[in-house]
Design a binder for this molecule. Structure first.
Ligand SMILES: [Zn+2]
Length: 144
């Protein structure tokens, strides 16, 4: 029972997704380098505190980007297999508006919001990062 896809050409999304994959791979590489670079011997406690926070921030970003990269790669595979743009949960086509906003999504809006309601409460990663960053900046400020 093949479903007809509404509008939107998958090849256009393939281009967007390939670009996103390249961007994520580059960022992941930079974050890995940053984490490795933090493996130094801090000679005072305050400097060590800053490094710890910066390292945690880089690790949180790395974790998030690694997960997004996996989703982007799964979306690229689904384009190859011809199943792109179809919700993996209810098998309904995902709206073009949603695909433009989140090209690697695997759920239609309805299923995604249903998931969010039943799943654990999620804090937006940007919010977490900005508060971690605040701590890092305050710690750095105290050093001066
Ligand atoms: Zn759905």
């Amino acid at each position: 029972m093949a479903k007809q896809r509404r509008g939107g050409s998958p090849s256009r999304f393939e281009k967007i997704l390939s670009g996103k994959r390249a961007e994520l791979q580059k960022r992941i590489e930079q974050q890995r380098a940053q984490i490795a670079g933090a493996e130094r011997d801090p000679d005072d406690e305050a400097a060590q505190a800053v490094w710890t926070v910066e390292r945690e921030l880089a690790m949180a970003n790395l974790d998030r980007d690694t997960r997004t990269l996996a989703e982007v790669e799964a979306a690229l595979r689904s384009i190859e297999m011809g199943s792109y743009g179809v919700c993996v949960r209810c098998a309904e086509p995902i709206s073009d508006v949603r695909l433009h906003a989140l090209p690697w999504t695997r759920f239609c809006l309805e299923c995604a919001s249903g998931n969010a309601r039943s799943g654990p409460r999620q804090v937006h990663p940007e919010v977490v990062n900005s508060s971690v960053l605040q701590v890092a900046l305050q710690a750095r400020h105290r050093l001066k």
